[in-house]
Design a protein around this ligand. Sequence first.
Ligand code: G4P
Length: 522
Amino acid sequence: MYSEEIRRRRTFAIVSHPDAGKTTLTEKLLLFGGAIHVAGAVKSNKIRRTATSDWMDIEKQRGISVATSVMAFDYEGHKINILDTPGHQDFAEDTFRTLTAVDSVIIVIDAAKGVEAQTRRLMEVCRMRKTPVIVFVNKMDREAKDPFDLLDELEAELQIHVRPLSWPIDMGIRFKGVYNIYETRLDLYTPSKQYVTESVPVELNSGELDTRIGETDAAKLRKDLELIEGVYPPFNEEAYLRGDLAPVFFGSALNNFGVKELLECFLRIAPSPRPVQAVERIVEPEEEAFSGFVFKIHANMDPNHRSCIAFVKVCSGRFERNAPYLHVRLGRTFRFSSPTAFMAQKKEIVDEAYAGDIVGLPDNGNFKIGDTLTGGEQLHFRGLPSFSPEMFKYIENIDPMKSKQLAKGTEQLMDEGVAQLFVNRFNGRKLIGTVGQLQFEVIQYRLLHEYGASCRWDAANYYKACWIEGEGAPLEDFCRRKAQYLASDRDGRLVYLADSAYVLTMAQHDFPKLRFHFTSEF
Ligand code: G4P
């Protein structure tokens, strides 16, 4: 019924290790879409932390990221939704969750640095979810690694097959442009931040190639391409859509080079909204009834208003303003009078949204990450795992008059997905686990300013928390031997707090019948 609308949608995220060029690339895509008109309009949502900056500064900087959480624009008949992800590694969990709401991903790599830590972790999530991935190797206008070495590195580090669809002609100050393998065109490099480059169709064996880029480079290009055709099988769209093969583009986002090629190929091959697996059944985007899930909750910047925005990914059908929708977990019906959509940097109230779109719903505490909304059906969407945290602190109340506020605040922040709460089964203390140090500051600050509760952190030196599954004697034996290292998560599930990598490996070795899970979804 809505298939036309749905088919023209492309919902994706651009991810990278900080500084590889994600913000720059996003900005260039918005320029093409006419969503912005000058470069520099997109503020980096990068959290720059200096010695003097405290959480308040970070909060201010984070304010920018609210505005740029979703950037939607139209381009040649397509509706493009770019979901922004925080660059700071302490917010990695936010990024992982955002990846559950996209249908494909563009990974930006710094050509001089290759695959970096953050990229590797993000790719793990893509692999888990079989998300189709396109790689953009950025900063070719600087001295870079050899492109063949880069391809090998991508395959080895990201554990995915790659296939170059464009090929760089030299690099750094000698960078001449790229050969567009997909369309057999030569794209010449004109260093400029604002203008699209010159693009000429050229026969590989013609003399024109030599005239354009010089004999030496032309000879090298011919040899490189021969090698590519020999080594890499032809690009296969099916394999890309299955998440087995990543096409690779080279360019320079800052100079707007190679970006248009990337965008055009992306529009041609990237998937429109895909079916989503719910616990009960697979939900097709074209279904008439609306369904969606909350993948992110953003707190209000104003401490006097404890309201939030819940970001809902529409999975099927059409979302309508003021229509009654079932909040499945609460079993209650809600109507939303002011749902917002995000067009480039503007936020505006919308009357409708289709599968693939993101709507922001103002909320005061009714939503949790992972909640499902439907037209009435009992559906539960899966796929929002919490990752095993790697930093832990005990949270202690320092104002006995405010223990209720502390408990409530902690619960709500956990619902928002800021961190994970465990209760140590041995001593009953509350333990907060995060993936980054910054979260402890965030929690302490927000508890005080939004809930009036003061807390103190006590050191807890654990290496990792993982979920344990098992039965009978081995489980009993494990619980006896590790009694001091057991906790419960908020659903009461058994969690093991390992105090070192060695101890964890030993435990896995000693208890082969137990299952150790490193994400909350198993
Ligand atoms: P991020 O969002 O992935 O963290 O990266 P961002 O786009 O902010 O880019 C990081 C830095 O790399 C920026 O410089 C940006 O100008 C530069 N950059 C991005 N693309 C290219 C490219 O193709 N070539 C070159 N040479 N540089 C590129 P900065 O100095 O940190 O910031 P700014 O002051 O320029 O904004």
